[in-house]
Design a protein around this ligand. Structure first.
Ligand code: ATP
Ligand code: MG
Length: 443
């Protein structure tokens, strides 16, 4: 029976009590992206397996160990997306966005799937916010995308993230770096894990990203890519840094960052947090100037990043970042008897049509139980309707926080009254907030 009442390992639910938090996070991220001109793109959860193998790279952990791949009933190999960039690139090409005004800037919030060992901050279904910018080769684009990530974190109230940047060069300068890596790792052949042994020939940079402690230890003394990048790549990197300096975005150059996906070129970056434990990277991104062409499109410089939302939320919880309060019920209408129940439904509908949050009894409770429920859901106002109220066409509206009661005409007077009262309450709240502020400045 556990199968029916337990979610699959590494997956989770968002319950109604928490969904507001996630909506706030996602909305803030997408709206920040909008300020930079990034518009949302939505792509399918599954794609042809080949798309990920070709773009993410067949020597990466993601492709070699982590993909959810299956044959569908038509015998096609399908993979649940492990990341968002491949689908965005596919859509960019499929819909001819490369023929439109460049740069094309897209953002997304998506679920991703990776078969990994579940632990804090590492799930099998997780969520990413990401952006991709197509058709921008200048260092200003790198700086803008990094600045977008920094602003999004700031908008959520997150502090103390550190930005680490590096350049992993272009295919030309990387060839020399690969030779140096091959030479270095060849002298440690007996110690490398089996996966890395296989990578030695085809993609030695992947060894730098291996999670095995032994490989990690060996990688510590390996040659670093910054010593091998060509003049153009170095110039690009220097200009990215100059832009960041100018924007007062603090960063550390970390020459060991290579990123876990094959498509990156030149600038790569991560935002890391000490509030995350072992899984310290909350955001990873960089340039991928060769990917669009590699997927069959025209040569198109591009870049982007992805933020893990579960890790982001962990940081926000650890730092006590504020989330705006969820809207609660404006008016609860408590009917007694059949006629009152009909009127209650009518009133609730009128309120909802005006954008108020209204509830009434739909389970046939007595008055006492209804008031208890109204309290529980935090209703700001209640109206009790009995036969008398229906006959006389008026009822008492009670403010739950002050206990004050006002008479209203029903049905037509209620909506207006609620308008008046909610506006005066929000004005009062505003006045209180200003008073509070004033007191803290002039105690
Ligand atoms: P890690 O090194 O932690 O495995 P990664 O390099 O595989 O991360 P990316 O592919 O760059 O991660 O994905 C970007 C972000 O997505 C990560 O920084 C992280 O916040 C999040 N992420 C990646 N894998 C997972 C996962 N299994 N569970 C939760 N979040 C994840
Ligand atoms: Mg990973």
């Amino acid at each position: 029976m556990a199968l029916l009442t337990q979610a699959i390992r590494g997956t989770g639910d968002v319950l109604p009590a928490d969904s507001h938090r996630w909506q706030h996070i996602e909305k803030t991220l997408l709206e920040t992206a909008k300020l930079y001109g990034f518009r949302e793109i939505r792509t399918p959860v599954f794609e042809h397996t080949e798309l990920f193998v070709r773009s993410v790279g067949d020597t990466t952990d993601v492709v070699q160990k982590e993909m959810y791949t299956f044959d569908d009933n038509g015998g096609r190999s399908i993979t649940l997306r492990p990341e968002g960039t491949a689908g965005a690139v596919r859509a960019f090409l499929e819909h001819g966005l490369h023929n439109e005004a460049l740069p094309q800037k897209v953002s997304y919030v998506t679920s991703c799937y990776r078969y990994e060992k579940p632990q804090a901050g590492r799930l099998r279904e997780f969520h990413q916010f990401g952006v991709e910018c197509f058709g921008a080769a200048e260092p200003a684009a790198d700086a803008e995308v990094i600045s977008l990530a920094a602003s999004a974190f700031e908008a959520l109230g997150i502090k103390n993230l550190s930005l680490e940047i590096n350049s992993i060069g272009c295919p030309e300068c990387r060839a020399k770096f690969y030779d140096a890596l091959r030479e270095y790792f060849s002298s440690h052949k007996d110690e490398l894990c089996e996966t890395c042994l296989g990578r030695l020939d085809r993609n030695p940079m992947r060894i730098l990203d291996c999670k095995s402690p032994v490989c990690k230890g060996i990688a510590k003394d390996a040659p670093t890519v910054l010593d091998y990048i060509c003049d153009d790549c170095r110039d690009h990197f220097d200009r990215v840094k100059a832009y960041l300096d100018q924007m007062n975005i603090r960063y550390i150059v970390n020459p060991t960052i290579v990123r876990g996906l094959d498509y990156y070129t030149r600038t790569v970056f991560e935002f890391v947090s000490t509030d995350l434990g072992a899984q310290s990277t909350v955001c990873g991104g960089g340039r991928y100037d060769g990917l669009v062409e590699q997927m069959g499109g025209p040569k198109t410089a591009a870049l982007g990043f992805a933020v893990g939302l579960e890790r982001l939320n962990m940081i926000m919880q650890a730092q006590g970042c504020e989330v705006p309060q969820e809207k609660t019920c404006d008016v609860y209408i408590a009917p007694m008897g059949d006629n009152a129940a009909k009127m209650a439904l009518k009133l609730a509908t009128m309120l909802r049509e005006e954008g108020f949050f209204a509830e009434t009894d739909i389970v046939g409770r007595g008055l006492k139980a209804q008031m208890k429920y109204a309290n529980k859901i935090g209703a700001k106002f209640t109206v009790v309707l009995g036969d008398n109220e229906i006959v006389e066409g008026k009822a008492n509206l009670k403010c739950m926080s002050t206990g004050e009661q006002t008479e209203v005409q029903i049905p037509d007077g209620l909506v207006d009254k609620i308008y008046d009262l909610t506006i005066s309450t929000s004005l009062q709240n505003l006045t209180d907030a200003i008073d509070e502020q004033f007191k803290s400045v002039n105690p």
